[in-house]
Design a protein around this ligand. Structure first.
Ligand SMILES: [Zn+2]
Length: 180
């Protein structure tokens, strides 16, 4: 497995996911829509399903255009715009529900998974086994933790060593230690 390669060609993604990334693009929104159109996703709509591989191909082109730090920024925007159920107040709880959220927006085959294991009162280990890029996952996890941590809390995200254990290098997952 690697970045931008669906685990199975039959997997579909909900338009809401595509749109949340498009909205997170800010100044690059027009470019994102153009690139999506080139990959067969014209004017993505909420509640409609699209082939995940076409979406990943568009995302890969987009990532090449904007660079890794912008991809990370895009990931950071996602939790800011998302609606979370009332009563969800802790970093642990939101990380434990991340897999369910992912599975509710992907269907049609093995799409991957997120898993979270607490390692302390305010720390844990997150395994991101999805085709989405490492830079995006980093931004997403940091922003999720920041949104749900107490306001004085600083979030620290470290990619699990050893080198090469990253989707950028064909590893099956990117694993992170998160502290907040
Ligand atoms: Zn990685």
């Amino acid at each position: 497995m690697t970045e931008f390669k669906a685990f199975e060609p039959s997997v579909e993604v909900l338009g809401d996911v595509v749109l949340s990334v498009v909205h997170a693009m800010g100044a690059f929104k027009g470019l994102a829509l153009q690139i999506l159109d080139r990959h067969g996703i014209s004017e993505p709509q909420q509640h409609l399903w699209y082939p995940q591989q076409a979406w990943l191909d568009a995302f890969a082109t987009l990532a090449e255009e904007v660079g890794p730090s912008t991809v990370s920024q895009i990931g950071r925007q996602i939790p800011r715009q998302a609606n979370y159920r009332p009563g969800l107040h802790s970093v642990d709880a939101v990380l434990l529900e991340l897999d369910e959220a992912y599975k509710s927006t992907h269907r049609g085959g093995e799409a991957g998974s997120y898993s979270f294991r607490p390692t302390g009162l305010r720390s844990g280990f997150v395994i991101c086994q999805t085709p989405y890029p490492c830079d995006f996952e980093r931004g997403l996890l940091s922003a999720l933790a920041t949104r749900f941590a107490s306001c004085e809390s600083l979030v620290d995200l470290q990619h699990e060593a050893p080198p090469g254990q990253c989707k950028k290098h064909g590893h099956t997952s990117c694993d992170y230690h998160l502290r907040w």
